[in-house]
Each structure stands twice: as structure tokens, then as C-alpha cells.
Design a protein around this ligand. Structure first.
Ligand SMILES: C[S@@+](CC[C@H](N)C(=O)[O-])C[C@H]1O[C@@H](n2cnc3c(N)ncnc32)[C@H](O)[C@@H]1O
Length: 188
């Protein structure tokens, strides 16, 4: 992040372009942990709190964190499994996850546990890698790239509450409408 060339080549350093990161940060709240960065945190989107090869995400406790996760795609399954295990251990874990749409990969079915919020078409200029002086684009992607959201449990409750508050007063006065709303939510 400081403009210095990296000391050693980090071949897994494919950073999402900042404009797109900002878009997801605006929608999903302030991220409290970047789950995947180089050891100096140069490619981290969260200044003070990031995981790296030195502080592996695969061993990190994630309680209460709103995680930004763009894992090395060659190990996507390991990172996804750890994230979901942490979420099942403690539902306060939330995350926004960048993954390639590799639908035949063994880990792909696990993505059904998250909400698919966006698909970038193949051919999008989405990632940069360290260059000699500054980061450079790695060129257009060869596959679709997906953005998933894993919501924390209180986040789901909060959305529900906000939706209720957004209803006009007569809505709450009508018990049947409120009941119908509950049934819709439960069916979802
Ligand atoms: C795709 S880049 C992410 C760059 C940037 N933080 C982003 O979100 O776009 C993945 C990074 O994960 C790092 N990494 C590799 N193994 C890791 C591990 N076990 N825990 C955390 N980070 C790791 C790599 O060194 C690489 O810099």
C-alpha cells in the first residue's frame, strides 16, 4: 500500500480494483478484517486488521467480524470451509466473499450457504498484481467472478426489523398483514 515494490513475489496477490471494493464496502458496512493479504498488509483493504501467511486466515477466530475475503483462488475451498465453519460456530460472523464461478469445483456447492449478490462477466478488468513500480492490471478475467454475502444472524434480524419499521402504521394495526409478512420471511 506504500508504493514500495514487494520484497518477494506474492503470486497469489490478485487484488480487487479499489472502485469495486468501495462499492461492496458501501453496501455491506465497514469491513473489520481483510482475510487475505500479504504479510506486510500492502494489499490489505483493512489497514489495521488483516490475515496473511504469517497470521493465517485458516486458523483465525472470526467472532463478530465483518470479513472482506478475496482468497487465493487455487485454495478457495480451504478458505470457504474455514469461513463457514466459523459462521456455524458463531453466527455473528459476516463476510463478503469474492470467488470465481468454478461450478465444477468440489467447494462450489458450499456457496449455496451464502447469498449471491453479483456476477462480474468474464472479460472484466477486475484485479491488479504487484508490478515493478506500481500495481498493474492482470487483464480481463477468463471466468465469471462472483460476489457472495454471508450475513451475520443479528444482521438478518436487523433487516427484518428495519423492514417492519418502514411499514406505515396501519400495517402493524392489521394482525393478518403482519402474519402474512412473517410467513413470507419464513418461507424465504
Ligand atoms: C487475492 S489476494 C487478496 C488481495 C486483497 N486483500 C484483496 O482483497 O483483493 C490473496 C492474498 O492472500 C494471501 N494469503 C495466502 N495464504 C494466506 C493465508 N493462509 N491466510 C491469509 N492470507 C493468505 C496471499 O499472500 C495474497 O496476498
Amino acid at each position: 500500500m506504500d508504493g514500495q515494490p514487494p520484497t518477494r513475489q506474492d503470486r497469489e496477490d490478485w487484488r480487487l480494483v479499489y472502485k469495486e471494493f468501495r462499492r461492496w464496502a458501501a453496501l455491506h458496512g465497514r469491513f473489520t478484517l481483510d482475510g487475505c493479504a500479504d504479510v506486510q498488509g500492502r494489499n490489505s483493504f483493512v489497514r489495521q486488521n488483516f490475515c496473511s501467511l504469517k497470521r493465517s486466515f485458516l486458523k483465525a477466530r472470526l467472532s463478530g467480524q465483518n470479513v472482506w475475503l478475496n482468497p487465493p483462488f487455487s485454495q478457495a475451498g480451504l478458505f470457504l470451509r474455514h469461513l463457514l465453519a466459523e459462521h456455524h460456530r458463531d453466527a455473528s460472523v459476516a463476510a463478503t466473499v469474492i470467488l470465481p464461478a468454478w461450478k465444477t469445483a468440489p467447494w462450489w456447492p458450499l456457496t449455496a450457504q451464502m447469498e449471491l449478490v453479483h456476477v462480474y462477466p468474464a472479460g472484466t478488468w477486475l484485479f491488479t498484481a504487484p508490478g515493478l513500480r506500481r500495481r498493474r492490471s492482470v487483464g480481463p478475467t477468463r471466468w465469471e467472478t462472483c460476489v457472495f454475502r454471508l450475513q451475520a444472524q443479528q444482521e438478518t434480524r436487523q433487516v427484518r426489523q428495519e423492514t417492519r419499521q418502514a411499514q406505515p402504521p396501519w400495517f402493524h394495526a392489521n394482525r393478518f398483514s403482519a402474519l402474512a409478512e412473517d410467513m413470507e420471511w419464513d418461507a424465504g
